[in-house]
Design a protein around this ligand. Sequence first.
Ligand SMILES: C[S@@+](CC[C@H](N)C(=O)[O-])C[C@H]1O[C@@H](n2cnc3c(N)ncnc32)[C@H](O)[C@@H]1O
Length: 511
Amino acid sequence: MTAVNGMPSSAVQFNCTQVAWSPLFGRYLVASDAVQQRGQLLVEELPLAVGPKCGNSDVLCLACYAPRIVERCSQCSWPLCPACNEDANNTHRQLECGLLKAAKARFFELPAGGKYCPQLDCIMPLRVLLAKEAQPERWQNEVAPMEHHEQQRRENADVWHADRVNIAQYLRGPCKLAERFSEELIMQVVGILEVNAFEARTTQGYPLRCLYPYTGILAHSCVPNTARSIHPSDSYRIRLRAMVPLEAGQQLQHSYTYTLDGTVQRQSHLREGKYFNCSCDRCLDASELQTHFSSLKCGQCTDGWLLPKQPTVVGSSWSCRACDNTASSEEVRQIVDALQLEVNAVQSLEMGAKRLEEAERLLRKYKSLLHPAHYIATGLRQLLIEMYGRVQGYEMVQLTDQLLERKAQLCREVLHVLDRFEPGLSRARAMNLYELHVPLVLLAKSGFIASRLSGGELRARLVEAIDLLKECVEILQHEDSSSQEGILCGVAKQALQQLTMSVEGLGDELQ
Ligand SMILES: C[S@@+](CC[C@H](N)C(=O)[O-])C[C@H]1O[C@@H](n2cnc3c(N)ncnc32)[C@H](O)[C@@H]1O
């Protein structure tokens, strides 16, 4: 590891972190001192640029990102919703509006039924280019060195060509920016965004992208040790916190991919979208840290599991560790794809009893095909946790003790997996802690009423639920209050208050 000089700009405040470099990772962040307290704030940063996502943008408002906008900006005629049209200081007006208007760059309407508007792909790169002119020092010190994998991107000739035409040539031609920005620079910016930008959501929940030059250089791990939260109501400020205690010099990592995917899926996402092969401990271990998150049941012997021989090698064959059975990667892919299709069909069902019962049926069926902790089974459990207590016929008051036990068991099983892949202050953990506390409270109360539990046992179980809620709030307390997680934090705080009052109200006679 090499320490890297260069102070970040005033848009960044950092605590116990510094930039390092290695041939494998390029630049990355490390803890400059030991961090004992999980949840400690490590970095706060304002984005260099915020804008629409590339490659799948609908016709959206260029200021608030509301989708399917038919109204146009009164100045330049590009998409802008009526409310944003009234606001002369919106992002679009401050940034590209004048330039598009002066160039007479026409916005072309999508053909009827069209969903993807390639013309909007130029907006986020253009905003980064404008930020380069406005903050040349920040560009030079923080953005220009960002990895953009030009060589690998060029190998994907179709995408490279589409980006050149839709973004570089469009900005230099119809937008009349050829004298300000070279094609090479524009393609560099497109690559920087692809490799480094974070996805965020507006306060209304619409997706967008943000570029953070300092936080963006965090290395990836499939078992991350930091958590980031982006605050739409605070100019999209990002805050990075330690999920677990850290040692001085330890690499700071977050996950570029979905931690509840199996190794084959994570590896392919990282190779195709971020241009590297992950070699973290979890990827290198065929059993994914003893969880068997990708293991299939061996079809030949009774207690064996099929695991990849070389989990990080594309096309690796699979073998049973208990007998001599083997399978090709293609055979495994076909099995997993077929099961995933069944799960997708269940997911697309309307929220209701049928969806819940079908998910339970698949989970039973997969017992003979998958390891119980397989990611497809874990995904089904997560689906069921969200449905028990919410869908018609299975609302919380309708759940029998047996079904309450079922919900609690599903939560514990998912939490067990999360302990391995997202240790410490993980958002997914917080969500599942909240879900778990509800059946525990109801079971404790019904057990006490039916005299199966003594007063002391009732109190102990309620205190257990209080502890779950406390941890849930501890994890979610830093989230933006308008986000889904921030809203859950408020709900958990209320539940915590009520439950604490109930336990206090139980009185000493229950001791
Ligand atoms: C978001 S950038 C991180 C900053 C980058 N290292 C730089 O110098 O600009 C992502 C890139 O960093 C490298 N990287 C991040 N995590 C890695 C890992 N676990 N293994 C190998 N390379 C990694 C890859 O080149 C990846 O495309």
